[in-house]
Design a protein around this ligand. Structure first.
Ligand SMILES: Cc1ncc(COP(=O)(O)O)c(C=O)c1O
Length: 411
């Protein structure tokens, strides 16, 4: 189903599979989740409710479950097509066309183990030590690490806080670019602010990339998690000139909650961008295995009804966060995300004694992502992951509210 054609008010409503998925989400139990293998629930003690790493607590799509189960039942865990099965390549091409109206050439796809590999590899292959790499902060921490760990120079351009939402500071960006800045690491939809940038904003950014001859890495792993009223525009789909300098990174793992079955793709807009990747020894970048391949194909070909229900649920959770913050914690500023299940909480007006991450972990037993990990401008912020049941999310919000009340002298 195309993103544009979906009616959020009726999607999934009423049919037994959707009702069952909703019941399963509603029934999530912290005790069970704490016993699961996932790092989200393992890292902190059992008294802590985790709302940090970008995993959802939801059950996987039945199509994915069935595909994995089929392989297990047949003890079918051997080597797979190397490096990319024809079916997976075709599935990716169709998915981009159907969902985003973006036509790509199957030969432009390079399989990767995960998206971060593509980010790190591009920095190493398309810039030299000491050259600049631009990042718009706050930003998902591995963007900063990709620069810091590679001996490149971080060119940090902060997003601006507009009246309703964060916006790109394009004039600031122009001012910061110099002749030695080669690469722009771009995140759309944006983690942590949840912006799904509009076509006009992307076009303005594309103008700058063209003016300054930048290679753009567009991390679009959150593209399937865009809420009604917004749409995902692939950066490389803006036109041939911009495609020619763009490496798009994507995966099914974020929207379909498959981080444990890693499988990602770089899509090159030109041979020039791909050439240094092809020149690497054949096994440096790796590729996905038989389970990962099956999970990604099942997600993208049959998983949409599941994703539609999940998006509706996330939208309700977003509303719950918005209403509770407005009523109980007006000192926390928050722009509802246009995409992703992440809320970037501005806690600066609360005047907390330490960083919000530390305060809420200690006083509320809630574990967010630490704001300062997203760049220096993350001071006073925390990132909340709201992809959990309403009951768990309500408990997280109640614990926060009571910690804030205690701090301000209330009961
Ligand atoms: C923007 C962004 N890129 C990449 C990743 C990680 O992707 P992968 O697990 O494929 O490396 C995440 C995970 O949260 C993310 O938010």
């Amino acid at each position: 189903m195309s993103q544009q054609g979906r009616d959020p008010t009726v999607a999934g409503a009423g049919d037994p599979a959707s009702a069952e998925l909703r019941r399963a989400i509603d029934a999530l139990s912290p005790a069970d989740l704490h016993r699961s293998a996932r790092i989200k629930w393992r890292l902190f003690g059992e008294d802590v409710l985790p709302a940090w790493v970008a995993d959802m607590d939801f059950p996987v799509a039945p199509a994915v479950h069935g595909a994995i189960r089929g392989l297990l039942d047949r003890h079918d865990l051997g080597y797979h097509h190397v490096p990319l099965s024809r079916r997976l390549r075709e599935t990716l091409v169709s998915r981009m066309a159907e969902r985003f109206g973006w036509e790509i050439d199957g030969r432009s796809i390079l399989p990767l183990v995960n998206v971060l590999q593509g980010l790190d590899a591009t920095v190493l292959l398309h810039s030299r030590a000491g050259e600049g790499v631009v990042v718009q902060t706050p930003i998902y921490p591995p963007f900063l690490k990709a620069v810091a760990g590679s001996g490149r120079r971080l060119v940090e351009n902060a997003l601006l806080r507009g009246p309703q939402r964060f916006e790109m500071d394009l004039e600031g960006l122009r001012g910061r670019l110099d002749a030695d800045t080669r690469v722009l690491l771009f995140c759309n939809p944006h983690n942590p602010t949840g912006r799904a940038f509009e076509r006009s904003e992307l076009e303005a950014l594309a103008d700058i990339a063209l003016e300054h001859d930048l290679v753009v890495v567009s991390d679009e792993i959150h593209a399937d998690l865009v809420f009604p009223g917004h749409r995902h525009v692939p950066f490389a789909a803006l036109g041939p000139e911009i495609a020619e300098r763009t490496i798009t990174l994507t995966a099914a793992t974020k929207a379909f909650n498959l981080a444990g079955l890693p499988c990602a793709f770089a899509i090159f807009g030109s041979d020039r961008l791909r050439q240094p990747f092809d020149a690497l020894p054949p096994h440096v970048l790796g590729h996905c295995g038989i389970l990962d391949d099956a999970a990604t194909i099942a997600a993208w070909t049959e998983g949409q009804p599941w994703l539609d229900v999940v998006l509706d649920y996330l939208l309700e959770n977003r509303r719950l966060v918005e209403e509770t913050l407005a009523q109980e914690m007006p000192g926390i500023r928050f722009a509802p995300p246009e995409a992703t299940y992440l809320a970037w909480l501005d806690c600066r007006e609360l005047d907390l004694p330490d960083e919000p991450f530390d305060f809420f972990l200690r006083e509320a037993k809630v574990a967010f992502s630490r704001g300062t990990d997203f760049g220096a401008r993350g001071e006073g912020f925390a990132r909340l992951n709201f992809a959990t049941s309403k009951a768990i999310l309500s408990e997280i919000l109640e614990r926060m509210a009571s910690a804030v009340r205690r701090r301000s002298g209330g009961s």
